[in-house]
Design a protein around this ligand. Structure first.
Ligand SMILES: [Zn+2]
Ligand SMILES: [Zn+2]
Length: 257
């Protein structure tokens, strides 16, 4: 573990002059983390349509993750602007960057599910210990905290990586059979009488690719009594030459046959 990596990361979460989230150029206000050049690109990105179905991100229903009711996402992980943002978020994000993206995601939830939509708590996908030490923070947790603040609900640490301290033993009976295949488990400290005291939970992650990670986390929460799981991600990876058909992504080559 390079010490410089840790030092750099610690520095990143401490106050520093506001920088553009895409190019690291100077910005006028930390409350709006984009420079004049990147600002229109960011707007085009988050108000741009879905890569798969062509609809506005708010109207797109072609993306689904098993175990969740719905996943809210801000933009498609495609092109220089999207890649630049995710790159810096993972490495040198500031508190204000997450504050801003949390606000944008909160707005997206309202746009899709109405302003009255809320959850009992927000949680996040755990980050591997070595990655956590390297970067000095869990980006999904930073996002979850900001979302929780915007909704006025608690941010609760509900999940853990398997093999990080015996939590696997606490898995419920019906779930234990799957444990060998899974990477995540419940955080035993969050349980009350063996159940989670939440009905509707929002899971935050920075980027959703295949949905396997978020789906796994959703299934765990549900096996402990959560009724509805929603996801929130900054970006979603487009599926390329696949289309949504009959409840799954089908390669175009298969459709033509
Ligand atoms: Zn910029
Ligand atoms: Zn779509």
């Amino acid at each position: 573990m390079p010490l410089n990596g840790i030092k750099e990361s610690l520095r990143s979460v401490i106050a520093r002059p506001p920088r553009c989230l895409r190019c690291r150029g100077a910005v006028k206000s930390a409350a709006y983390p984009f420079c004049q050049r990147c600002s229109p690109r960011f707007s085009a990105l988050i108000y741009g349509g879905c890569e798969e179905c062509g609809k506005r991100a708010a109207d797109c229903t072609c993306f689904s993750v098993g175990g969740t009711v719905r996943v809210y996402w801000l933009f498609s992980y495609k092109g220089d602007t999207a890649r630049g943002i995710i790159y810096f978020l993972k490495r040198r994000a500031s508190f204000e960057d997450y504050q801003y993206l949390g606000l944008k995601l909160r707005e997206r939830v309202a746009e899709i599910s109405g302003v009255g939509m809320s959850f009992d708590c927000v949680t996040f996908v755990p980050r591997k210990r070595d990655a956590f030490l390297f970067y000095g923070y869990n980006h999904a947790e930073q996002l979850a905290k900001q979302l929780a603040k915007r909704f006025g609900i608690p941010c609760v640490d509900l999940l853990a990586h398997t093999g990080t301290g015996g939590e696997q033993k606490r898995l419920s009976k019906e779930y234990r059979g799957l444990a060998a295949k899974t990477r995540f488990c419940i955080n035993g400290e969050a349980l009350a009488d063996g159940r989670l005291p939440y009905r509707r939970v929002l899971i935050a992650d920075d980027i959703v690719t295949t949905g396997t990670t978020m789906g796994e986390c959703a299934q765990i929460l549900k096996s402990y009594g959560v009724k509805q799981v929603y996801g929130a991600a900054i970006a979603r990876t487009p599926r390329g030459n696949k289309i949504w058909m009959g409840g799954r992504y089908v390669p175009l080559s298969e459709v033509k046959k």
